[in-house]
Write a protein that binds this ligand. Structure first.
Ligand code: TLP
Length: 344
């Protein structure tokens, strides 16, 4: 059976599994602002272990995880270097500037999601009286707006080595770091081994209703806890949410391989139907599709019961996830075919 609507807009549309709902209803809870929620404490410990860091902090969203990281690493007036396709600069309401007083300086992201290490070195400012202090380098893995591009451990290290050389702190937005783990076969802890902090989301491919984790050393996470409180992110019986997160870490990571296979299948079907996409370029669960008029195509597909999102006026985005089977992908392709000729 296929649903009436096939929703490829994002993996954020996934609903919690039955096991999550069961765990949530049975969760032992306490007041997390007093650090007394046993289920939340267990999730933070499990998250820190997964990412190979000393400690972790639960926050409501990926946006808050990045904002807490930036505000904890930097002082107002500092400069952050990051890719021009970084979610932090493209899709987080400019919060780092508005709430943190931070200057975000973008460097070109290559199609593979990386920044040229030489461009990082060239952009970092010296201690000249006229300059804002360059304090932080921010990376992203997988790189959403580069079509879910996966950074290998070596690619991350090439960028963080320059940062270390320049005395910069480093943060990695790992909203989909477990997609990168599954795509590369490299444990997430190794993928983020050379950054000071890394975040990941439970509420995307891992199907949880709410939540992200920020991981780092104990001293940093201690300060981040205060920043989270500043932003209004200190929650109380949040173990209800953490219970779903524990189920996700145990049961939802390895299955991401299905989503990656389905994304390739989708891209292959699109290529067969004349779209300008090479399925070999699809590395995780995101298909970035070149189009003549992406918003018009999105609207046309919506009438056929297929929902997609738009990355730019000439790029559509289709995301596979746990609520879509291979049969859904085939049905989506059928409907895409019915929607009419490819706009060129
Ligand atoms: N991404 C969402 C939209 O905001 C585009 C999506 O549908 O992909 N980092 C990365 C790399 C993300 O992709 C997202 C969400 C976030 C951070 C923010 O997470 P939330 O939505 O939990 O604040």
């Amino acid at each position: 059976m296929t649903p009436t609507t096939i929703d490829l807009r994002s993996d954020t549309v996934t609903r919690p599994t039955h096991a999550m709902r069961t765990a949530m209803s049975a969760a032992e809870v306490g007041d997390d602002v007093y650090a007394e929620d046993p289920t939340l404490n267990a999730l933070e410990a499990a998250a820190a272990t997964r990412l190979g860091k000393e400690a972790a902090l639960f926050v409501p969203s990926g946006t808050m995880a990045n904002l807490v990281a930036l505000l904890t690493h930097c002082q107002p007036g500092d400069e952050v270097l990051l890719g021009d396709q970084a979610h932090i600069v493209r899709a987080e309401v400019g919060g780092a500037a508005r709430l943190g007083g931070l200057l975000l300086t973008t460097l070109p992201n290559a199609a593979d999601g990386t920044m040229d290490p030489a461009s990082i070195r060239a952009a970092a400012r010296n201690a000249n009286l006229h300059h804002p202090p360059t304090t932080l380098l921010a990376l992203e893995n997988t790189q959403n707006f580069c079509g879910g591009a996966v950074l290998t451990r070596e690619q991350t290290e090439a960028q963080t080595a320059v940062a270390t050389d320049l005395g910069l702190r480093t943060h990695l937005d790992g909203a989909r770091i477990f997609n990168a783990q599954v795509a590369t076969g490299t444990p997430a802890a190794d993928l983020v081994a050379t950054v000071h902090s890394a975040s990941f989301c439970l509420s995307k491919g891992l199907s949880c209703p709410v939540g992200s984790l920020l991981c780092g050393d104990a001293e940093f996470i201690g300060r981040a806890r205060r920043t989270r409180k500043l932003l209004g992110g200190g929650m109380r019986q949040a173990g209800i949410l953490a219970a779903a997160g524990l189920v996700a870490l145990d049961t939802m990571i390895d299955r991401l391989a299905n989503d990656h296979r389905n994304a390739r299948r989708l891209a292959a079907g699109l290529a067969e139907r004349g779209f300008a996409i090479d399925p070999e370029t699809v590395q995780s669960n995101i298909v970035a599709l070149p189009l003549d008029d992406a918003p018009a195509w999105r609207d046309r597909l919506a009438q056929q019961g297929v929902r997609v999102s738009v990355l730019s006026p000439t790029t559509g985005r289709l995301v596979t996830h746990a609520d879509l089977s291979e049969a859904h992908i085939d049905e989506a392709l059928e409907r895409i075919g019915q929607a009419g000729p490819v706009p060129v």
